[in-house]
Design a protein around this ligand. Sequence first.
Ligand code: AHR
Length: 513
Amino acid sequence: MKKSILLIALLVTTGAFAQKKATMTVHADEGKQVIPKEIYGQFAEHLGRCIYGGIWVGEDSPIPNINGYRKDVLEALKALKVPVLRWPGGCFADEYHWMDGIGPKDKRPKMVNTNWGGTIEDNSFGTHEFLNFCEMIGTEPYISGNVGSGTVEEMAKWVEYMTSDGDSPMANLRRKNGRDKPWKVKYIGVGNESWGCGGTMRPEFYADLYRRYQTYCRNYGDNRLYKVASGASDYDYNWTEVLMKNAAHQMHGLSLHYYTVKGWSGSKGSATNFTKDDYYWTLGKAIEIEPVIQKHIAIMDQYDPNKRIGLLVDEWGTWWDEEPGTVRGHLYQQNALRDAFVASLSLDIFHKYTDRVKMANIAQIVNVLQSMILTDEKGGMVLTPTYYVFKMYNVHQDATFLPFELNSGSMNVRDDRTIPMVSGTASRDKSGVIHISLSNVDADNAQEITVNLPGVSMKSVSGEILTSKNLTDHNTFSNPDVVKLAAFTGAKISGNTLNVKLPAKSIVTLEVK
Ligand code: AHR
């Protein structure tokens, strides 16, 4: 008798009797916090084929381009509504000398990209090319400055070059190089991963350096900088503590990096060849970002109880083995339906903490790690499952977060983590339309979700769905539409309730009017 009870309990917690019903109550009248659109930020590093071949092909390329920018990528990014783009790194930022990337292209010196495969960087994509690109796709630039191997003077002059409208030496140099008016640059990162590739510093030392470098990042004209200190890697709470203790008054934001990765040595696993167990492990690791964020926030709250300083998760996403046959160090990986779930679950989490989490930048935008877009050298382009999550979710940008309770079954996964079978989020946009996103992470079972919206009188519901036959499904250049968005008709209104039938392994966004 006891044994059978134990067996049932075991089966329930391991998911063998996965619960197929879930309930969600959305408090549509209790929304207070706006989801900053910057949560949907992107990151572009001089790494592999992110910039060269991904964004930039040059004016003389046979690949269709506008002033050197790949036309297909540009259009796809415009459609995605990218709110902010971080550049030029990553690790690359702390070896980048911006003056090498301005002026006539044939005079720009070359350098070795030591972090990323020893590739020769010809500096043909520099400050003008980046900031003009941001203007073209309607995105806010986030410049990552060099603390590790750069000087205070260099960083100060970069800010002047980009943002000064006066008769100043750097503004005049910019004019000489073809740009009369300054660009608007709000976000400036003072170093990247200063505990690692950005200088291998102790937090005490970096805190002092941060204070010094940021002093000379000036506000020119009406440009107002938002200064970001290089923050911790995932579980390094001491870094946050020391930075907050010693430099809180000098910063507007503090960053955090969190990758969904098995570990830093040995194989990280294939992006497309994995088991169901690997899939569930991945989701467990991805959502562990929530307690990590909570702990960093708790430390920040002690020093900044009014939440003036933003926590910026300016690198996050999956990190798999590089695709076989690609250049080592270029971090080119495929992107399967599994990655789409990492995206949706992470965004669901970020939405909950936007009183502190003010930006997030998935790594990276094209051809590197968990990218939105893959390109090849022949002019082919593929939109990834992650692209489609960002597209489906962009209705939440700048919308008011609606508090909710969501009850579903859960499952214990490898490494002693527990994942809920359904994840979700909800918001109301400026025109009053409610959007509800739901992810059924269950690989095998459909879920019936009863969504209660007390006090909301609903007239119509429509939606989009992202799913595929297999978790490993992904889009390739020869088969680009394996995983893509489709219309969703599985939600029905009944009074104040929505009855939603979510197929196994699917992600949905509903629009409720
Ligand atoms: O995104 C790839 C690398 O990961 C970045 O350059 C670095 O900041 C992080 O370690």
